[in-house]
Design a protein around this ligand. Structure first.
Ligand code: MF3
Ligand code: CO
Length: 251
């Protein structure tokens, strides 16, 4: 069931999203070789608490950290670890959810650490473009949810990249994962509701260098590419208001 949000609820979610945007902005230039993924998590966790929020990922279905930090072939849901040291040439995705006064925001970005390969450079660029293609599709009059996936898929595919199918975007705002599912591809097996005022959802392309196939590590969370090739992830929370689509996690 899709829960449409009131203007007041959207204002609460907007505040949570703006806070998350500031936190992600503050990560620019902060992810350095020699840091552990656990250090990235500690920074984000402390920042959220210092700004009056709660990390919404922590303990969500048993997730053991405030932040998902996914490096190179890790696609999403990377569990931060003290012995996972970030090095020059890595790409690092940070996916964060904040609960601010009961309102949930969700956003992710992928950063390059120092000099990276041309393939990784292109992967980051195309994944970011996929997110904005999806947002643009959702902004059209009479758009439906699967118009997003059609746009994301087309852009990734024409660049020779894979689109992860096992995980999707989702409604968000009052809970971390709400209806509808927001896939990055199209399928007659998945609902395809019309996008309308009051909807708040997360669009989150997860794009791989080659095969879209993924596995989950023995830790039960970390999703990795089956072929070990790199992957990137960008995510925004958006709302549909009387003025149209608003990207909430972008100030
Ligand atoms: N943005 C992530 C998602 O939509 C949040 C995951 S929190 C976790 O799946 F606890 F599930 F890791
Ligand atoms: Co999400």
């Amino acid at each position: 069931m899709i829960v449409l949000k009131t203007e007041e609820q959207i204002e609460g979610i907007r505040k949570s999203c703006q806070m998350l945007c500031r936190l992600l902005d503050s990560l620019d230039g902060r992810i350095k070789p020699g840091m552990s993924t656990r250090d990235v998590d500690a920074y984000c966790h402390e920042w959220i608490l210092a700004h009056g929020g709660k990390p919404a990922c922590l303990h969500y279905e048993g997730f053991p950290a405030a932040t998902c930090v996914s490096v190179n072939e890790e696609v999403i849901h990377g569990i931060p670890r003290k012995n996972h040291i970030i090095k020059e040439g890595d790409i690092v995705s940070v996916d964060l959810c904040i609960n601010l006064k009961g309102y949930i925001s969700d956003s992710a970005r992928t950063w390059a650490v120092g000099e990276i390969s041309q393939e990784k450079e292109k992967l980051i660029k195309v994944t970011r473009e996929c997110l904005y293609k999806g947002i643009d599709a959702a902004s059209q009059p009479h758009a439906r949810i699967q118009d997003i996936g059609a746009a994301v898929y087309k852009h990734a595919d024409r660049n020779g990249f894979g689109v992860v199918r096992d995980y999707c975007g989702h409604g968000v705002g009052l809970e971390l994962h709400e209806d509808p599912e927001v896939p990055n591809y199209t399928s007659p097996m998945i609902s395809n509701p019309r996008i309308r005022e009051g909807m708040v959802f997360a669009i989150e392309p997860m794009i791989t260098a080659k095969s879209h196939r993924v596995d989950v590590l023995d830790d039960g969370w970390t999703v990795v590419t089956a072929d070990g090739r790199p992957s990137a992830h960008f995510e925004h929370t958006v709302a549909i208001t009387h003025n149209g689509l608003e990207i909430l996690t972008q100030i």
